[in-house]
Design a protein around this ligand. Structure first.
Ligand code: NAD
Length: 247
């Protein structure tokens, strides 16, 4: 896999899975736009690490749920880099609670960031990718969007939405040289899963044949594959990265 001279945008690229994806694509030669919303120092650390690899990188603050922010993000990437070759829609949040206790804002925030954010960023890069006649878009869904989970109906709906969106946009762009795929991670060791109690983690293990949580690199490796020419003939697919999870 060789991404020399390619430009990748990774949303929510300052920590967790997004950070691992940004570093992996840079390791393989890409220049990276690291999007973040808070803690600029975390994004700057990722930028510094990428520059130390000899690649170009910039950190760009933007809330993916806000269409104007996203347009400014893309404008800044276009000013700094000649092409946009890869978009990884990774930014995401959880607001877990049972449906009966779920407030409207818990629903709205999760759908706005996870699902509308994916729409905003994808739409914003598509015209440029169509002109280039090439592009790779990878959306980070979740196994929860495939199987559902107690206390995560908002999150599951957003991730199932991402899967439907991925399959539809893949069909729309299939003849334009643009591949659109999704990765559905199972339970990965990041800040998002750090908050789970030991009891919940133990019960999760009963559903994971490999008997371990995944690492951000496990996801990043699959994203890199989907962004590479090795995956040239793959579009509209969802790859589960979940240790064989069965719910
Ligand atoms: P994380 O909380 O460590 O990282 C999420 C990232 O998204 C952060 O960088 C955060 O700043 C960014 N973000 C949040 N709101 C944003 C917004 N409005 N605009 C731009 N960026 C925003 O979580 P993570 O575990 O690294 O998750 C990354 C992605 O992987 C998410 O989409 C998540 O749903 C998905 N995922 C994670 C797991 C897991 O087990 N950790 C499993 C399945 C899917």
């Amino acid at each position: 896999m060789d991404f020399a001279g390619k430009t990748a945008i990774v949303t929510g690229g300052s920590r967790g899975i997004g950070k691992a994806i940004a570093l992996k694509l840079a390791q393989l030669g890409a220049n990276i736009a690291v999007n973040y919303t808070s803690k600029p120092e975390e994004a700057e650390k990722v930028v510094t690490a990428i520059k130390e690899m000899g690649r170009d990188a910039i950190a760009i603050k933007a809330d993916v749920s806000n269409g104007e922010d996203v347009q400014q993000l893309i404008d800044e990437v276009e000013r700094h880099f000649p092409t946009i070759d890869i978009l990884v829609n990774n930014a995401g949040i959880t607001r877990d609670t049972l449906l009966m206790r779920m407030k409207e804002e818990d629903w709205d925030q999760v759908i706005a960031i996870n699902l509308k954010g994916t729409y905003n960023c994808t739409k914003a890069v598509t015209r440029k990718m169509m002109k280039q006649k090439s592009g790779k878009i990878v959306n980070i869904a979740s196994i929860v969007g495939v199987m559902g989970n107690i206390g995560q109906s908002n999150y599951a709906a957003s991730k199932a939405g991402i899967i439907g969106f991925t399959k539809s946009v893949a069909k729309e762009l299939a003849t334009r040289g643009i591949n659109v795929n999704a990765v559905a991670p199972g339970f990965i060791q990041t800040d998002m899963t750090e908050v789970l109690s030991e009891e919940v983690k133990e019960s999760l293990m009963t559903h994971i044949p490999m008997k371990q949580l995944g690492t951000p690199d496990d996801v990043a490796n699959v994203v890199a594959f989907l962004c590479s020419e090795n995956a040239r003939y793959i579009t509209g697919q969802v790859l589960n990265v979940d240790g064989g999870m069965v719910m």
